[in-house]
Design a protein around this ligand. Sequence first.
Ligand code: DX5
Ligand code: ZN
Length: 226
Amino acid sequence: MTSSSFSAPIIAPSILAADFTRLGEEVKSVANAEWIHVDIMDGHFVPNLSFGPDITKAVDGITDQTLDVHLMIQEPAQWVDTYAKAGADCIIFHVEAVEDEAAALALAAKIRELGVRAGFSIKPNTPIEPWLDKLSHFDLALVMSVEPGFGGQKFMPEMLDKVRKLRSAIDEQGLDTLIEIDGGISADTIAQSAEAGCDAFVAGSAIFKQADRAAEVENLRTLATV
Ligand code: DX5
Ligand code: ZN
């Protein structure tokens, strides 16, 4: 857990792409990244399983980096206490996994009460418009640029329209809600995402497939500096 404030660009390596047999070393290999992105999948909200609170807690125990926990699970409200205790600094839930907009705002408030930054995420087919007047309730807006569930998929550039709409709304309303993008981010796609207005960039395979991860984090950060 960390309490530092953030300034863009924020690079968030996703440990979904790490070698799980050497997870501690893998996290240390990206020690120069601002955040560590932790993808939680339940095999129901998405057709894949990853890991849960125990792995999250273990990662929290070996780094002071901000833990950015992305819940791709049903019933996220039942789990936020657990992930806050496990060391999450940001908890992001999917709006498709909650009943309605009121439930989303209530869950964001609950996450903030736990002393954790609250984020919402939207899948590629979910419109952003209903959320543009609710951004003050959130510290983070995570735009999925692939269908959630798996690493290593192709970036969907049309998702940058959502980023532009978020950027305008956040700036017009004078908010400091961060815009994060997740899925297919690499040296080929990060600059256009930064130009569209993203502050934080999740990258899994693009970083962990490299021999020198720290150099790739640095490379991505440079390309995202607009
Ligand atoms: C996908 C996850 C992503 C994933 C990104 O459901 O939310 O965070 O790890 O992987 P890459 O960067 O390989 O697309
Ligand atoms: Zn993710």
